[in-house]
Write a protein that binds this ligand. Structure first.
Ligand code: BG6
Length: 306
């Protein structure tokens, strides 16, 4: 069972709806909205605990497809879907029966409650355990686990954190990744720094391994690379300015993905040229399995600064 010892907070949260005047959390049947008095906001669906909007500096910072299904029938195309317990699709081993990117992004999470709030920051926690899974997902991955996912809205940042707990009697292996769709004005004019010298798996080239030679990675075609053991922060820059700085805790890998014109092959991707306004910079632990021994806990997080 996923609890943090303060579940009654969820009730207190339900009355904090003063958006626009104080930091707040408002709850609707299918989503939670966070806001700061200075105008920043975030919106998280219980389905997948998917952040679908983050507004700061008067602008939307995340890309959300205008054809994304928000009704719980499909993983959300945009925002921050959560990848667990497998990145991509395996054909053998304990995750072989799971769909691409696992079940976290297609399960309905529980709202655990608000854990902190000030004028400059507000945090909510969500939980997922076997009891929240569909019968199919439970069969596909029959381990006893608990996830606590936290979203912290700051004035110039959005932090997402995950705690993974092994509640069963045997160890399990997992990947985790925050599949963040950053909104950019024009992907052809952005560059990504912080990857030089890093080895990556190039999925566009059927998984070929390469080493990044560029200080500033630019996007001019489909890009799907899993950079392994990235040493420091990764920044997304345009016109000599940093649009986003991505800082990770206990997440060694960074996936950079843009489907380019291949987006037209995705039924839930819109508008057709929307790929020009997005770049996925995904912090994760994906190149290698992490093993969690029975009754152990593992924590990680990523902060996106503007
Ligand atoms: C990325 C993967 O993380 O997610 C890509 O590296 C994949 O290979 C992309 O295409 C989107 O996946 P999905 O399942 O949301 O279409």
């Amino acid at each position: 069972m996923v609890e943090r010892g303060h579940k009654p907070d969820a009730l207190a949260v339900a009355h904090t709806t003063d958006i626009g005047h104080a930091s707040g959390v408002s709850i609707e049947s299918d989503r939670v909205k966070l806001s700061l008095p200075s105008g920043e906001s975030a919106e998280i669906l219980l389905y997948g605990a998917t952040v679908i909007s983050w507004k700061a500096g008067g602008e939307e910072k995340l890309f959300l497809s205008d054809k994304a299904k928000l009704d719980g029938t499909k993983a959300i195309r945009g925002g921050i879907p959560l990848v667990f317990p497998v990145f991509g699709k395996t054909t053998e081993g304990p995750t072989a029966a799971l769909p691409q990117h696992g079940f976290a992004r297609i399960s309905k999470w529980e709202l655990l409650g608000k854990t902190s709030e000030s004028n400059t920051s507000v945090q909510v926690d969500f939980g997922l355990g076997p009891e929240n899974l569909t019968v199919d997902a439970r069969k596909q991955w029959p381990y006893d686990f608990g996830l606590i996912y936290s979203v912290v809205l700051g004035k110039t940042s959005l932090e997402t954190k995950m705690l993974v707990r092994n509640e069963g009697g045997e160890s399990f292996d997992f990947n985790v990744l925050f599949h963040t769709y950053l909104r950019v004005p024009d992907v052809t004019t952005v560059s990504v720094s912080g990857l030089k010298g890093v080895t990556y798996k190039d999925k566009v080239l059927k998984g070929a391994m390469a080493t990044e030679e560029s200080e500033s990675v630019t996007i001019a075609a489909e890009v799907d690379r899993a950079y392994e053991n990235v040493p420091g922060a990764v920044t997304v820059n345009a016109d000599g300015k940093t649009l986003f700085k991505v800082e990770r805790t206990n997440l060694e890998d960074v996936v950079v993905w843009n489907p380019w014109e291949g987006a037209s092959g995705m039924a839930d991707f819109g508008p057709a040229d929307g790929y020009k306004n997005m770049l996925c910079v995904e912090a994760g632990a994906v190149a290698n399995w992490h093993t969690l021994e029975t009754q152990n806990v593992w924590e990680c997080g990523v902060t996106v600064h503007i």
